[in-house]
Ligand binder design. Structure first.
Ligand code: G6P
Length: 471
């Protein structure tokens, strides 16, 4: 009746899209989380709970593409307080180094608590005895504790896909203790990088007062919680296969031709988010054109900006800023049939992304702060020709693994300009050497290995330290 594996995430892997005629269809939902968890779900027979986007109520469970999906409806007030408010205007900027100023509102917090409780209640209903429940990301940090109170028999894992900030920033949060206690309901709390896990353990010791040793937290009830890093990845083989397909190969050629066969294509692909450093990156590129180091007859910058969180004020402001910047750069530096920047504010299917990666000579990923950044890994996975250059921010989690990229500090415009030029001018031998090494890393640590590692560590923590406490 129930399930042995329950994935609890804010979003379902598909979004419900209303058609003008009143019917609805489904399309893959945005972001790295979905692309990471989907292959895991396919392999293990489980259920995925989450919000399908929109405000429709009383949605029935359904199957999509062989996945069992359990939609959680959200009211307009819940979307405003939980999703747009506390998750994306409080936690998101707070956890990303205060790149924007977080807003603290008590009503948002109240809604965050009640939505988390609803998710926990539903997960408790869906899970079989001794099932494994894997809670995902910053929108649901209270679920582990709420779920443990309802179902102490469950093995509970939590994974944070975004950075976990240092204590100096985290402690601004009026509800810091509640969030830490929420996460401590899990047996295993996973982070992208060791630094995030370390920040968490330190905060638990300082703010909650529990005893800790290395990556373990000892709770007064005898339970042990482990906090460790599990850098996430992608379905590398799946991307490579797609990139090798005839369809994608010919589409990549088409893209090059449509851009006027420039000698080099630069590419940026991001959700339109202020953490991604799109503005600074485009400015750096424009300055290279102004300086005469690059020429619009030879090079073009394709920037894909996927619409995101469009009701949140900071995102609206960012969109206006980027629109204005791209307009100004193209107006000042473009020529007929030769824009400096080919700007696409849209989301595309995986096939089109793979074709863009195949067409791009220099992939530019320059976030101010990013948990991992899967775009960087997708680019590498698609370059089976061992060609192509990656310019990567040292503040993306991916920089820990992709050491052979041109690593940049996105706050340093001159440094970014220099790296873009070096990557543009790099010879084939250098590119091959770097790409080969990065491809080895990405194909070895793929998303399957990530999930297997997390799940096996989760059962290990329970066997060793935490016998389930029955009521
Ligand atoms: C990031 C977050 C995910 C989120 C995704 C898309 O990858 O870690 O939790 O789902 O962005 O953002 P959205 O607000 O559209 O869900």
């Amino acid at each position: 009746m129930g399930y042995d594996l329950v994935i609890v995430a804010n979003r379902l892997p598909v979004d419900r899209v209303e058609q003008p005629d009143g019917t609805s269809t489904w399309r893959p939902s945005p972001g790295g989380l979905v692309s990471a968890i989907e292959p895991v779900m396919r392999a293990d027979d489980g259920v995925w709970m989450g919000w399908p986007g929109g405000t429709e109520q009383d949605l029935e469970p359904f199957e999509a593409d062989g996945l069992s999906l359990h939609p959680m409806s959200m009211t307009a007030e819940e979307i405003e307080g939980h999703y747009e408010g506390f998750s994306n205007a409080t936690l998101w900027p707070l956890y990303h180094d205060l790149v924007a100023k977080p807003e603290f509102h008590r009503e948002w917090w109240d809604t965050y608590v009640s939505v988390n409780q609803r998710f926990a209640d539903e997960a408790a209903e869906l899970a079989n005895e001794d099932a494994l429940v894997w809670v995902q990301d910053y929108q649901l940090q209270l679920v582990p504790q709420m779920l443990r109170e309802l179902r102490p028999d469950l093995r509970i894992g939590f994974y944070l896909h975004i950075p976990f900030p240092p204590a100096e920033l985290f402690q601004q949060l009026p509800w810091r203790r509640q969030l830490l206690e929420g996460l401590l309901g899990a047996d295993l709390v996973g982070f992208q990088l060791p630094g995030g896990a370390g920040n968490f353990v330190r905060l638990v010791r300082q703010r909650v007062g529990h005893k800790t040793h290395r990556d373990l937290v000892y709770l007064p009830d005898g339970r042990t919680v482990r906090a460790a890093a599990f850098p996430i990845s992608i379905d590398a083989a799946g991307f490579e296969e797609l990139a090798r397909s005839e369809e994608v190969t010919s589409r990549a050629k088409e893209i090059r031709a449509a851009l006027g066969d420039p000698s080099k294509i630069f590419l940026g692909v991001d959700r339109l988010d202020y953490t991604k450093g799109i503005y600074a990156r485009l400015r750096a590129y424009a300055e290279l054109l102004e300086d005469g180091a690059l020429d619009v007859e030879d090079a073009v910058f394709v920037q894909v900006a996927v619409p995101s969180r469009e009701h949140v004020e900071e995102y609206q402001r960012l969109r206006d800023e980027i629109d204005r910047l791209v307009g100004r750069i193209n107006g000042d530096l473009g020529r007929i049939g030769r824009p400096a920047i080919s700007y696409l504010h849209s989301s595309y299917p995986r096939e089109e992304m793979a074709a863009l990666y195949r067409a791009a000579d220099v992939m530019v990923v320059t976030p101010y702060r990013d948990g991992m950044n899967l775009v960087a890994k997708e680019y590498v996975a698609c370059r089976y020709d061992d060609a192509g250059a990656l310019v990567l921010s040292e503040f993306a989690g991916a920089a820990d693994e992709l050491r052979q990229a041109w690593l940049v500090n996105p706050y340093d415009i001159n440094g970014m300009k220099a790296a873009l030029l070096e990557a543009y001018r790099a010879d084939g031998k250098d590119l091959t050497k770097r790409m080969k090494a990065m491809r080895k890393t990405v194909s070895h640590n793929d998303v399957r290995a990530w999930a297997d590692h997390f799940m096996s560590e989760l059962s290990h923590v329970r066997d060793k330290h935490g016998k389930a406490v029955r009521p």
